[in-house]
Design a binder for this molecule. Structure first.
Ligand code: ADP
Ligand code: MG
Length: 150
């Protein structure tokens, strides 16, 4: 599951997304501002990834991330959307989100129904949950990049 450009650490502000209704599907995705996207190595293709995430100076959680094409830029620029595998009491727009992207799950896909999409995302989450239990991937959760002043 390794590929060029990974692992990749990213840190930046959570901004308003495209209003695609991720939250309505029960899968909110925290969108990174474009500066973060600009630092993403070109070798990191669109698709679904997994890794570790930290909101401000909180605990480090597992995450799945969709790297796709940004409709604001007529799909010429990428977008990075992180679903943190944790239930938050409140939204965290404006917070600093730090992520370590450590592996890739699958390419971008089209779905013929919302149910199919949700089933695939549930599968992505299960893959991430399991992969991140591996001792060598657990190590990233203690990375110095996640410290409170990183
Ligand atoms: P938007 O289109 O603005 O990105 P979403 O429906 O994707 O809207 O919701 C994303 C927002 O939900 C995040 O910016 C964050 O503030 C909030 N949120 C709450 N819980 C989570 C979570 N577990 N993972 C990601 N974002 C979450
Ligand atoms: Mg979103």
């Amino acid at each position: 599951m390794n590929q060029n450009g990974l692992p990749h650490f990213a840190s930046g502000k959570v901004v308003k997304g495209f209003g695609r209704g991720s939250k309505e599907l029960g899968i909110p995705t925290a969108n990174f501002d474009e500066e973060v996207v600009n630092r993403l190595p070109e070798s990191v293709e669109t698709g679904v990834y997994f890794g570790w995430a930290q909101v401000d100076n909180g605990p480090v959680h597992k995450m799945v991330m969709s790297i796709g094409w940004n409709p604001f830029y007529k799909n010429t620029k990428k977008s990075m959307e992180t679903h943190v595998l944790h239930e938050f009491q409140e939204d965290f727009y404006g917070a600093t989100l730090k992520v370590f992207i450590v592996g890739r799950i699958r390419p971008e896909m089209n779905f013929s129904s919302v149910d199919e999409l949700i089933a695939m995302i549930k599968n992505d989450i299960a893959v991430a949950e399991e992969e991140l239990e591996k001792i060598e991937l657990q190590a990233y959760r203690n990375s110095p990049q996640f410290s409170s002043d990183g």
